[in-house]
Ligand binder design. Sequence first.
Ligand SMILES: [Zn+2]
Length: 304
Amino acid sequence: MGEYYFNIMKNAALAIDVGATKVAVGLVTREGEVLARHDISSKVSSMDELNSSLVEAISDVCHRDGVVLVGAGIGSAGPIDKDLGTINPVNIPHWVDFSLVDFVREVSGIKSVRIIGDASALAYAEFVLGAGRGATNLMGIVVSTGIGGGVVLNGEFHVGRTGNAGMIGHSVVVQGGNLCACGQRGCVEAYASGTNMAKDFGVDNFEAVAAAARLGDSKAVAAIDKGASVLALGLLNAVALMDLDTIVVGGGVMLADDVYWPILVKHFEKEMKALNFPGNVALKKATLGKDSGLVGAGLVGFIS
Ligand SMILES: [Zn+2]
């Protein structure tokens, strides 16, 4: 009987994915299975309200029979500070400079709590379980309303000094170029995010650009072409700096991969040819879908 009980115990990590409008709280196994999930809205009127709903969600997912909690991982929009455990989510003013790590540690009783950028969470999940399996030097990027990235170097998850390594969206590729949301000019994100491709075409969101491009609208295709060509420049720089073997692309813009992907591949191949590195760099579509941020946060909870 005791042996049977032992066999059904599962190791899992508490995973928290801080998104633009909601916070997903889950229990994730090493294989990426989501055993439990409880989403809360971050569009609330006070920090107390937000924190008490987080306490409720953590308590809900953590109390599961047959589960051993081994750690916790938090993925959040950057910039983060991995040592202070703070996040600075633009869309959640209640949590600016709030030490979410300390809070989660206290509420859950889990000692090992790590925080990473949301794009790093996707990169790590794709490296362990998705399109990046078998890669050694990988960058995973998220092309969405903004652009983020995360890095694996020599087979190890590389977060950098403060936890923000791989922030390709704010690498500068056009001197004196378009103003970026970060305050800098000429960032990759200022051209290549879904939001900025939409702005270039004169609409609110990337879905509208993709829909027009599907109908053969040449201005829509040109807006995508411009964004993808600037992103390819950013990727060229990343490959040149880190000698990557694999790049995995995910995020909301990839929902329109029928129109976006061939254009990105065209520009990427052109840049790689010019770089003239030995060997090919694989450009791959992310395969883990919309749960990759939550799964990646959970997988990071397993890193001791
Ligand atoms: Zn920027």
